[in-house]
Write a protein that binds this ligand. Structure first.
Ligand SMILES: Nc1nc2c([nH]c(=O)n2[C@H]2C[C@H](O)[C@@H](COP(=O)(O)OP(=O)(O)OP(=O)(O)O)O2)c(=O)[nH]1
Length: 132
């Protein structure tokens, strides 16, 4: 099973960052939380900070971990390890994705998400709805 970290990056208006995978990637044009596969000898947090810098050219701060979601796609299985994060610095430049959006909570479910992300999105929405 591949271990993949992903970032739920929240801005100061409580919008969440969503990125669309490009046509040439696995799961083409699906929306996801940016991140990537854990390399040997790095922690999940180190992986996520590295991946976000590689993919988006920004530095983030990890705020909180959310429960890992195990998902079986038809051809592979994934353990998707999510973290709530804040933007710290850097100009946002898309290095791999087709496009991105900053979305309010009521807009998030309209996107065509990668299947493994959907339980994570619901967990996040339950958390913030419980707070408000
Ligand atoms: N990054 C990321 N990948 C996801 C998410 N949901 C989901 O099913 N995936 C899948 C898509 C890919 O098959 C796999 C992650 O691969 P990736 O291509 O993004 O990661 P990577 O940059 O480390 O990969 P690579 O180019 O080194 O092969 O996990 C998600 O929210 N974020």
């Amino acid at each position: 099973m591949i271990q993949v970290t992903c970032a739920l990056i929240v801005d100061d208006q409580n919008r969440l960052f969503a990125a669309q995978r490009s046509e040439s990637m696995n799961l083409p044009l699906k929306w996801e939380f940016p991140g990537g596969k854990i390399e040997p000898d790095e922690t999940t947090q180190e992986c996520l900070i590295r991946e976000i810098f590689e993919e988006l050219n920004i530095t983030i701060k990890i705020v909180k971990d959310l429960p890992t979601n195990i998902h079986n796609y038809p051809t592979f299985a994934i353990a998707l390890i999510p973290f709530v994060c804040n933007y710290v610095s850097g100009e946002l430049i898309l290095k791999e994705h087709a496009q991105f959006k900053w979305l309010h909570k009521n807009e998030l479910l309209d996107l065509d998400w990668a299947e493994a992300d959907i339980p994570i999105l619901h967990h996040y929405l339950n958390l913030i709805n419980a707070k408000s």
